[in-house]
Design a protein around this ligand. Structure first.
Ligand SMILES: *[C@@H]1O[C@H](CO)[C@@H](O)[C@H](O)[C@H]1NC(C)=O
Ligand SMILES: *[C@@H]1O[C@H](CO)[C@@H](O)[C@H](O)[C@H]1NC(C)=O
Ligand SMILES: *[C@@H]1O[C@H](CO)[C@@H](O)[C@H](O)[C@H]1NC(C)=O
Ligand SMILES: *[C@@H]1O[C@H](CO)[C@@H](O)[C@H](O)[C@H]1NC(C)=O
Ligand SMILES: *[C@@H]1O[C@H](CO)[C@@H](O)[C@H](O)[C@H]1NC(C)=O
Ligand SMILES: *[C@@H]1O[C@H](CO)[C@@H](O)[C@H](O)[C@H]1NC(C)=O
Ligand SMILES: *[C@@H]1O[C@H](CO)[C@@H](O)[C@H](O)[C@H]1NC(C)=O
Length: 545
């Protein structure tokens, strides 16, 4: 019935109906006003309105949802006003996927934050240029790690940043980041009352021109800075970075530049001192999940994009399934490859994440099932498929399937995608959308991610979910997916330094730990991954163990 029909029908009625009419009109007017407000106000306003309205419910929700998780684990809502995502992220995670940051890491984080604050300097350029100058010009005992942002995709960048942070924490170095790229604009400042962002005019080229690790170690020059290059194709001398000697030598260097595109945390665990300090923070074979919930937080504006998508789409469904499509090694990374959507369907059906499609329509039964669901107070959408890909056709094809055919269980399936950019570039907008998608995927109940994809690693890590790994890297692979052994990122190209080959000085406890917590990756032949103690999988075949 249209609004006009409703109006006339009511007009004919009694005075009681008259009152109803006035009420209906009033509600309608309020609705229009609210819609108008939401259409025209800025993101910040929406967010602040949302924050105020939901403050109370949010506290209740937090308490209810996180039953069993000690309250100290979750920061009180808005206890970090400069970074809303720091506390609000917990609102959208089910308690079953809520991993409390271990006490050891929280303490280390907090003393690291104190150090970061006390080592702050008002003019980083001056401090760096005067590095040989009199000690009085710099805070004593402070040493710095400068994260240089390469031209990598966001997934690789964030993995490199996480590794840099972990190294910085293990060695008590202040982490400073390159402001020329996207990371500084996307992430919250992690530490209160200070800043980790270097100015744009910082002499980045001077610091990347500092001696490399090998020259530093094999030369009589006393370097006050060293430039580390830890790319996937790392060369022999730089591999020695993963040795106790290098680790010790670098202690005396004030400035270290970090250029990388990899997640090397598992590799760093080969260094006895690093392992000694960091392994207590890797409780139950998890580390990335914890550290990402502290470090990889979207700044306010990006967070508001995430929150709006959550309320508009994800919260309307009973179950959320995230799918991330990434085709590696194709000429066009955004191409549509027939067969990929069949593989995805096959995987999701095989593991019961989607109801099967049915040949037969039965609208009567459909109506009955849906009516019962509504009267039980369930959400209208049973399953939301959140599909992320550079290519929009994958979600279109999935959407068409569920439009054209009913499901056997009469469940409703909605397909949503945030973006379909068509190609990859290095701009801010694309990085921001990618970050939004990684976070939205992390709020799903199940994830199917593409093998070898660092984008997927970020999502599964944030979510603490073992993904279903879609085997999309080669179109010739007949299998559709496998069940992931871990939520941690895979170190694609681990390096065994010569120091370990010739003289394995690892302690028995260290070796045992490696045997329990490191496995070969499932989606990259020679990769290493942190796993939970009871995970199956292939042991890391290291001769020094
Ligand atoms: C983030 O948003 C909160 C609440 O609106 C505000 O208090 C805070 O200043 C913002 N942070 C930044 C860095 O702008
Ligand atoms: C920082 O120091 C450099 C070099 O001494 C100087 O050129 C620059 O103007 C200073 N910047 C600020 C913001 O003071
Ligand atoms: C780093 O700082 C912590 C706490 O302040 C201290 O216990 C540790 O020995 C330091 N480690 C290094 C490598 O300097
Ligand atoms: C040692 O340093 C000198 C001068 O800085 C340089 O020319 C030489 O190549 C270095 N040697 C090695 C082995 O890196
Ligand atoms: C290190 O080298 C600088 C010049 O590059 C020199 O001024 C300084 O005295 C040297 N320090 C040591 C301990 O050799
Ligand atoms: C490693 O790969 C990068 C490109 O990803 C290239 O710029 C660099 O020169 C390569 N380094 C080595 C040592 O091959
Ligand atoms: C459709 O479902 C109803 C039960 O809701 C059943 O009585 C009817 O036989 C079904 N029709 C067909 C064609 O299967």
């Amino acid at each position: 019935m249209g609004i006009t029909q409703l109006y006339f029908k009511m007009k004919k009625g009694t005075s009681k109906q008259h009152h109803r009419l006035i009420l209906a009109t009033a509600i309608f007017a309020v609705f229009i006003v609210i819609s108008a407000v939401f259409m025209f106000v800025t993101e910040e306003l929406v967010l602040s309105v949302w924050t105020t309205i939901h403050n109370l419910e949010v506290h209740d929700a937090l308490r209810k949802q996180n039953n069993g998780v000690p309250s100290s684990v979750i920061p009180p809502l808005n206890s970090h006003p400069t970074c809303l995502s720091r506390s609000q992220q917990y609102l959208y995670r089910k308690s079953s996927h809520l991993s409390a940051v271990p006490e050891s890491l929280r303490q280390a984080w907090s003393s690291y934050a104190d150090m970061q604050k006390s080592c702050f300097h008002g003019n980083w350029t001056e401090l760096f240029l005067n590095k040989h100058g009199p000690a009085s010009s710099r805070p004593d005992s402070c040493r710095y790690l400068v994260f240089i942002e390469g031209r990598e995709g966001l997934g690789n960048l964030l993995l490199s940043l996480t590794t840099a942070f972990t190294f910085a924490m293990a060695t008590n170095r202040t982490l400073l980041i390159d402001s020329r790229g996207n990371v500084a604009k996307l992430l919250c400042e992690p530490f209160p009352e200070t800043s980790w962002v270097l100015p744009t005019e910082f002499p980045y080229n001077l610091i990347t021109d500092c001696p490399r690790l090998f020259s530093f170690q094999h030369n009589t020059t006393n370097a006050s800075c060293v430039s580390l290059n830890l790319q996937h194709n790392i060369t022999s001398p730089d591999k020695e970075f993963f040795c106790e000697d290098s680790f010790a030598d670098l202690k005396h260097v004030t400035w270290v530049a970090w250029t990388s595109n990899q997640y090397f945390v598992t590799n760093l665990l080969l260094i006895p001192s690093f392992w000694q300090r960091m392994h207590p923070m890797m409780v139950e074979g998890r580390f990335f999940t914890y550290v990402s919930s502290l470090l990889l937080l979207p700044e306010n504006k990006t967070w508001s994009l995430i929150v709006r998508q959550l309320w508009s789409y994800l919260s309307a469904a009973e179950l959320r399934v995230g799918i991330q499509v990434r085709l590696h090694g194709r000429k066009d990374l955004a191409q549509f490859e027939p067969g990929v959507d069949t593989k995805i369907m096959d995987c999701l059906l095989r593991y019961g994440l989607l109801p099967s499609l049915s040949e037969y329509e039965n609208s009567t039964e459909m109506h009955r099932v849906q009516s019962r669901k509504m009267s039980d107070g369930k959400k209208p959408v049973d399953i939301l498929l959140l599909l992320t890909s550079l290519q929009g056709k994958y979600s279109q094809v999935m959407r068409d399937r569920f439009m054209e055919m009913p499901t056997e269980s009469f469940q409703t399936v909605q397909v949503h995608s945030v973006s379909q950019l068509g190609r990859q570039d290095k701009g801010f907008q694309q990085a921001q959308l990618a970050f939004v998608e990684m976070w939205l995927l992390s709020f799903c109940d199940f994830l199917a991610t593409s093998e070898y994809s660092t984008f997927g690693y970020i999502a599964q890590g944030l979510a603490d979910l073992h993904p279903y790994i879609l085997t999309l890297k080669s179109s010739h692979n007949p299998s559709s997916c496998m069940v992931g052994q871990s939520s941690e990122p895979c170190t694609h190209y681990p390096k065994v330094p010569t120091c370990l080959r010739k003289d394995s000085a690892l302690s028995p406890a260290h070796k045992d730990w490696i045997r329990v917590y490191l496995r070969m990756c499932q989606d990259q032949p020679s990769g290493w991954q942190l796993v939970q103690p009871d995970a199956g999988g292939d042991a890391v075949p290291m001769e020094f163990l």
